[in-house]
Design a protein around this ligand. Sequence first.
Ligand code: MOS
Length: 738
Amino acid sequence: MKFDTPATTNPIDQGKVIGKPHDRIDGPLKTTGSAPYAYERHDVVPGQVYGFVVGATIAKGQIRSMDLAAAKAAPGVLGIVTAASAGKLGKGKFNTAHLLGGPEVQHYHQAIALVVAETFEQARAAAQLVKVDYARKPGAFDLAAARDGAKMPETGPSDADTAVGDFAGAFAAAPVQLDATYTTPDHAHAMMEPHASIATWEGDKVTIWTSNQMIAWGVGDVAATLNVPKENVRLVSPYIGGGFGGKLFVRTDAVLAALGAKAVGRPVKVNLTRPQMFNNTTHRPATIQRLRLGATADGKLTAIGHESWSGDLEGGAPETAVAQTQLLYAGANRMTAMRLAVLDLPEGNAMRAPGEAPGLMALEIAMDEMAEKLKLDPIQFRILNDTQVDPAKPERPFSQRKLIECLQTGAKQFGWDKRSATPASRREGRWMIGMGVAAAYRGNLNMKSGARVTLDRDGVVTVETDMTDIGTGTYTIIAQTAAEVMGLPLEQVKVSLGDSAFPVSAGSGGQWGANSSTAGVYAACMKLRETIATKLGLDPAKAEFADGKVSVGRKHVALADAAASGNLTVEDSIEFGDLAKKYQQSTFGAHFVEVAVDSATAEIRIRRMLAVCAAGRILNPKSARSQVIGAMAMGAGAALMEELVVDKRLGFFVNHDLAGYEVAVHADIPHQEVIFLEETDPTTSPMKAKGVGELGICGVAAAIANATYNATGIRIRDYPVTLDKLLRAGMPEINLTA
Ligand code: MOS
């Protein structure tokens, strides 16, 4: 099905199943611990043995020699894979560094060997016996130091630099100006389930049970790395314990499991231990961001400038932190720029709302600072500078843009009128109280997505697609879509996901999964309706599907009858035309936060959080809310605790476990609320939906930083906002030298 004109009324609009807060259909499996995750697939193939990854202990250089004798002689060891023994490997499209390093080492904990043994413990013990002699080379590990040498990126977005009007002139002439620099640290995805795979070969065909967000990308990258045809690679990933972008691409575990299995002639399972994950896999790169804003005295932005510096390995891409600044606020004169430094740290890549998440951490503090200079309420300032068109191309409207409504609804609901405009002026006992706000913005992307649907004689519809559910609720919204279109109760729909044997879907990335994958299921179900009606001798154009029946006028036939003589199976996909070019499709929101800061210790406590989101049709308010509160918690982590600490001498992330890399937990956030505005966007797909999984994190950290400023009068521009930074900046009532 080609989608190239805005959707009109269709079966989804009935809203009998879609739009209802159904419990997740995979919930019982998840809550009873019986959802089969990749590493637990003891059942799929007999004779599994264990691989343990040996990671490089230098950040950059050469392996002079490896002594494998002791490891090979260790109990239970079946074989050892190294770059020297693996044969010539290719490189996947989505990996910057090689997944098996050697003799060149590109980053700390890059895999340089896999030790395969009968048990996990034997493999791990033998891995300690691998002796490596390195020739270490000096590397660049410090973004601040590398900033001046940063260059225009060669890969990544084509719009590294944008310019509209005369930014420099307008900024210089602006009566009110802000010029401030903000920094965000490297972040780890820190998903619950580590990267894990089991691989087995049958002849020249490999099957890998893994934990991966994008099955078709993964098949392509495994094939490219192993130099085998794509047809010979099967990836299976039906349950995933979180990804956040860290599992968009196949990683070491998948490729080394396949190489290990080939080497020892047995199925091999590999997982990364938690301490291996932080330096072996990808992370969200740190940024340095300079914001320059110029405005008239009455608060109209006339100049908006945003420059971002980030680093990556040679051949990598920049963090696109300026993305939202091109579209969020009006202003005739504007510029954005991204510069990329070569850093020899582990590979940077996408993490939940790549670009906007760190970008809004800077921009939305800058907007708060500017509002203060203008003596305007920060909500009023944002409303004053709203735009309903792409500021660079005024002929191009937003398809939907309810930012003002998000801000106003949130202000009312949150009790914004109780905020004091004067910082450090609200007290409750020893606690200093503050409120902060930030806009949320994330682009909407639509990706081609396919599905196969089958009707059986029991009237059950089965959906098969390689789409993944990374904890987001995909199983449920796909079942809701099929139920709605086919006129069935949810219980009459079965959903099978995450297998490359199924039609290629959009996959789970960039918050495009919900809208795109359900639209693909919609397309397949519409085709199935036609097939069913024809089979039943009914006019497909007139047939109505409801309550398990197909009806034309007074004639009603049970849906199941169409499959009486055999299953009916059809396949289709949704393909997107250029509506996303004609309209700027984006998701919007507003985050409100109240914090209390201890006047004696500078400890920051979040008290309340509210998100108001406008993101097209909400397919399932329960799973969507779950996405947003999870994202808000992640934003709280980014604001107050998350930071990969770089060892700038040796080039690795020091805090590589969940004791040292702190993330926000339930106890950190006593109260969260989410409001979804009524919205359907006919330009995005027949579903009229968008995504919320990434929108939910966008702006959160800035809202918390702004609330902390409102509480204390101290502006921290360097994330995370920790109490030591408040103390050093001079908390009003704490005298450190006393
Ligand atoms: Mo997302 S960072 O595209 O999983």
